[in-house]
Design a protein around this ligand. Structure first.
Ligand SMILES: *Cc1c(COP(=O)(O)O)cnc(C)c1O
Length: 381
């Protein structure tokens, strides 16, 4: 029997999305504002809590960009960014003409190493005479970072923090939703993320005033006058009322999505327990509550009899199962080759050993068992 192809992480609809989209059409709200946008923002604000305000935008990348715009990041400034991430964390720094400074990860969470962060801040001040303008930690694959330590350092040096929580929708640290610790936090609703609006994102803002400024920049920086008056450069970054309708539908099943991603982690952990050379990446301790957006493993060929992640990837692919190497660190990307980097070897080691496994509502228990049995049989061959 032919097995269906298993993908890394597919969008999964609740069935309620069309109702909200139809409402938008029926009331002719087919624009980048309207009742779905307002309601979606209110639902996100309720989920995030902590007195935060949320602006729905056209992408997570746009959210990072507008946070940097509103923080006054400009040409020649430096912005510290986690190296182990997707390029969208760093690209908006360059959009502003600023310089990314990459900081490596620690081993527990794979996210920004607080010690190296402090070292990088001191060294940048010593070398340039100026403080970095912002710090962008990331919640890679949904795993919370040591955000208390990062925030303590950021406050001591009075540098704002933009949490890239694009992959961490619903993850918590000490019970608090990630993205609500820093000055700003971002969400992504791209097709492969925890929930989707087909394409979209949001910026978590510290207060109502910041939300208003972000909405101003997201709608072409129009001054409040009957005619179009502009004193600043604006952007067309607002979320459409149609996309927000998809988001409202997705919010009705977000808890089920989270439950399933975490359930798959349990299955991977259980099935791969005791296999030499395979480590499933899990919460380091009970302060961390990852959404397990993507479940990931490390493969150490010295302990698997020489089998590496690429052999596992090819074996899975031959069985119709998509998997993907971990994100290649930004300080090793050709496009960022000139950027300063504070490196400890961790992200490069992770990249050399890591594989993302299929996760999310379309991956069944049987799929997960097939995946783990292929991993086991490839190693034991
Ligand atoms: C997906 C992603 C983004 C960007 O989100 P988009 O909505 O696709 O623009 C930013 N950072 C990380 C870590 C991501 O995974």
């Amino acid at each position: 029997m032919e097995n269906k192809r298993v993908w890394l992480c597919l969008a999964h609809m609740s069935g309620n999305e069309m109702k909200f989209i139809k409402e938008a059409f029926d009331t002719n709200w087919v624009v980048p504002l309207g009742p779905n946008v307002n309601a979606f923002e209110a639902e996100l604000e309720q989920m995030v809590g902590n007195g935060r305000h949320v602006v729905a935008l056209s992408s997570g990348t746009a959210a990072i960009h507008l946070s940097l715009v509103n923080l006054g990041v400009t040409s020649g400034d430096e912005v510290i960014c986690q190296s182990m991430t997707f390029s969208a964390s760093a690209n908006p720094i360059v959009y502003q003409g600023a310089i990314p400074v990459f900081v490596d990860s620690e081993r527990d969470t794979w996210n920004m190493d607080p010690n190296l962060l402090e070292e990088s801040i001191r060294d940048r001040i010593a070398k340039t005479g100026r403080k970095p303008k912002a710090i962008i930690p990331v919640y890679l694959y949904g795993m919370p970072a040591y955000i208390d330590d990062i925030m303590e350092i950021a406050r001591r040096y009075e540098i704002p923090v933009v949490e890239d929580s694009a992959e961490g929708f619903g993850s918590r640290y000490r019970g608090q939703i990630v993205g609500s610790f820093g000055d700003y936090g971002i969400m992504s609703f791209n097709g492969n993320k925890m929930i989707t609006t087909s394409g979209g994102g949001a910026l978590i803002c510290p207060n109502e005033e910041a939300k208003k400024r972000i909405m101003f920049y997201a709608t072409q920086a129009r001054e409040p006058l009957p005619y179009y008056l502009h004193k600043e450069i604006g952007y067309n970054y607002r979320m459409s009322n149609i996309c927000a309708g998809i988001g409202r539908g997705q919010m009705t099943i977000v808890d089920e999505h989270l439950r399933w991603h975490r359930h798959l982690c349990d299955v991977y952990v259980r099935e791969l327990a005791g296999i030499d050379g395979i480590i499933v990446h899990v919460n380091p301790d009970d302060r961390f509550d990852s959404n397990y957006w993507l479940n990931t493993i490390l493969v150490n060929p010295k302990q698997t009899g020489g089998v590496d992640y690429e052999q596992l990837r090819l074996a899975l692919d031959a069985a119709g199962i998509e998997s993907r190497p971990l994100w290649k660190p930004m300080h090793t990307q050709p496009v960022f080759s000139g950027a300063p980097a504070y490196v400890n070897g961790v992200s490069e080691e992770l990249f050399a050993q890591g594989l993302c496994l299929p996760s999310g509502p379309y991956v069944t228990d049987e799929d997960a068992l097939r995946i783990t049995s292929i991993i086991k049989s490839t190693i034991q061959k």
